[in-house]
Design a protein around this ligand. Structure first.
Ligand code: F6R
Length: 615
């Protein structure tokens, strides 16, 4: 949510900053802007809308050469999207330029104070106040930018990442972070600041994780980190294990299509290296001992959106394999209901970005209540894993499209690994049972690949249904979260009314929605010893009898439902618990194709941003 870049070095700062913003545009696209230090002043450009508008502005009104710059791509919070509210924000003398991600909660008081002292605001944003406050410090005392920033951040409440330049200190960019993401990139004779390593991956893969309440000062040759009290700050260096090509479209029209196609790899990579030599499951970043895992008597999974659906699937697997009660809760609801937590509660936070504010606040609350926290995350160097007791990284590579696809599948894999690891530590499953489930998981990438290779009819169906006003999705057991995910993908990508329901709930109300021709996707569980399969078959018959157009996702060889299906989508065989890894894929393809047919921006749907760093 808002992308920020800062650069100091021998290259054109404009090129580096704009290139970085392009990589971060998924974080927000309400406006873009850049500020460069040049000849004792700040040269800047900013424009409402996507970066293409800023590019046009820069072509018409080029900025001078500079080697120190900052940039911003915005997801609006305070003040509507407009040129005026676009970042960077400057002080009246054009000396300071700041870019900001987050919300400064006490900005109204700060703004009133500044206005009373004669400062004039030119935007509606909370961010502009910071530019004036820093300039005020620099005007009052003979201090450096870093010290001015340090004094000002102590006055701020809320969550923020700030990146700042001072026209009178070329070759210096200062960043500060509290509860919003910021990483530094360590180059050779150049250094970088950004919300996400993707912004500087073209230049360096060596990065520094910045901690809570830290200030970082970059020059060409140095990166210095202090805390808000001025003491030297602890930092973690890390190496980014993917390169620039992973963050590019590679011939696809949309990042999402590439990311959907990358799913066999994402699943395989997330499974890779999880066995020790003796065949036992090993999770390198687990950091919780088997004794601690044996003490757990309750698991609460907290997450948002798609990640919360991964949590719903995890509940079925974890309870089945470990017999530990497992709840799943939307992170935004969790801490406000005063949950009952203790040392024997394991809170599992699932987050692709590792920065989602609702999830971050939930784990902070859980840790205050002494619960142990384990993060499932795709982003090295992000806040949620850093603030957790343990982490399972998913290895999906960078997910750039705003709506999650490979992130979701790799979260599912990490959840299964967690369930099996707990079962191993607590002895609720024998080694050979765990090995056999791992073998089933290892067969999944080939199954996904087959679904991708055979996706033609799903795409055709999407084009055929592009005139529909509403689509429903039904599932039971692990098929229920898949139904929710199928509906969410369609809503967010194609702006179409879509609902996911537990198939058994239909008769308690939603069946009233069924009318002639209404498309309804149904995820059919594999035939097994329980009655799940036949219950779903009955549900299909119920809706068909009322005129629904039934689109049935069913495993190979299951012909029981075909006579009630208008369209059949075949799934490779897998155990019920693992079926979401397969059943989700055609629904992603369907949503992306339908959105594309309607002319929607598949990668950057309206009103959304990846990495929601406000509550
Ligand atoms: C939907 C989607 C969102 C995210 C949610 C959590 O396609 O991407 O619902 O799943 O915002 O994001 P993370 O996983 O980054 O915490």
């Amino acid at each position: 949510m808002c992308g920020i870049v800062g650069y100091v070095g021998p290259r054109s700062a404009l090129d580096v900053v704009i290139g970085g913003l392009r990589r971060l545009e998924y974080r927000g696209y309400d406006s873009g802007g850049v500020a460069l230090v040049h000849d004792g002043t700040i040269a800047w450009a900013k424009k409402q809308g996507k970066l293409a508008n800023l590019d046009k502005e820069l072509a018409e009104r080029p900025l001078p050469e500079s080697h120190t710059g900052v940039g911003h791509t915005r997801w609006a919070t305070h003040g509507p999207p407009s040129d005026r509210n676009a970042h960077p924000h400057l002080d009246a003398a054009n000396r300071i330029a700041i870019v900001h991600n987050g919300i400064i909660e006490n900005f109204a008081d700060l703004r009133a104070g500044l206005e009373a002292r004669g400062y004039e605001m030119v935007s509606d944003t909370d961010s502009e106040t910071v530019a004036h406050l820093i300039a005020e410090q620099l005007d009052a005392d003979d201090i450096e930018l870093t010290e001015a920033v340090r004094r000002v951040v102590q006055q701020l409440r809320g969550a923020f990442t700030l990146v700042i330049t001072d026209a009178q200190q070329p070759g210096v960019v200062v960043g500060a972070r509290r509860s919003s993401p910021l990483v530094a990139g360590r180059g050779d004779g150049e250094n970088f600041l950004a919300s996400d390593v993707a912004a500087f991956i073209d230049y360096t893969r060596e990065a520094i994780e910045l901690g809570q309440d830290q200030i970082v000062t970059i020059t060409c040759d140095d990166i210095v980190v202090i805390d808000f009290d001025g003491a030297a700050g602890d930092v973690n260096d890390f190496h980014v294990d993917w390169d620039a090509s992973a963050a590019e479209k590679g011939g696809y029209d949309w990042f999402m299509l590439k990311e959907i196609d990358e799913q066999p790899r994402a699943v395989a990579d997330t499974l890779l290296g999880r066995h020790s030599r003796d065949g036992a499951l090993q999770l390198d970043e687990m950091r919780l001992s088997d004794d601690e895992l044996r003490e757990i008597d309750k698991i609460i999974i907290v997450a948002c959106g798609t990640a919360s659906y991964a949590g719903l699937v995890a509940k079925y697997a974890i309870e089945h394999w470990t017999r530990i009660p497992c709840e799943v809760e939307l992170a935004s609801e969790f801490r406000y209901r005063d949950p009952i937590l203790g040392r024997s509660t394991l809170v599992v936070a699932i987050s692709q970005s590792g920065e989602t504010m609702d999830t971050l606040m939930a784990i902070r609350h859980a840790r205050q209540q002494r619960a142990r926290v384990l993060a499932i995350c795709n982003t090295n160097g992000s806040t949620i894993p850093r603030e957790s007791d343990a982490v399972i990284y998913t290895h999906a590579g960078p997910e750039v499209a705003v709506a999650s696809t490979k992130g979701f599948l790799s979260q599912l894999v990490a959840c299964y690994l967690l369930g099996l690891y707990l079962a191993q530590a607590r002895g609720t499953k024998y080694g050979d049972e765990i090995a056999s489930m791992m073998a089933e998981l290892e067969a999944i990438p080939a199954g996904i690949q087959r679904l991708l290779d055979d996706a033609g009819p799903v795409r055709e169906l999407a084009r055929e249904l592009s005139g529909e006003r509403s689509v429903l999705f039904l599932g039971r057991h692990t098929g229920y979260p898949v139904a929710l995910e199928g509906a969410l993908k369609l809503k967010e990508l194609a702006y179409l009314h879509a609902e996911g329901f537990a198939a058994g709930e239909l008769k308690h109300g939603p069946i009233a929605l069924i009318e002639d021709g209404l498309p309804v996707f149904v995820i059919v569980p594999p035939r097994g010893r329980d009655q799940l399969h036949e219950k779903v078959v009955s549900n299909i018959q119920e809706i068909r009898a009322r005129g629904a157009r039934t689109i049935v996702l069913v495993e190979d060889g299951d012909d029981v439902v075909t006579e009630y299906a208008d369209t059949v989508i075949r799934l490779p065989r897998a155990p019920t618990l693992l079926q979401p890894l397969l059943a989700t894929v055609p629904l992603q393809i369907f949503a992306a194709e339908l959105a594309d047919t309607l002319g929607c921006d598949v990668d950057q749907p309206r009103n959304l941003a990846k990495s929601v760093t406000v509550e």
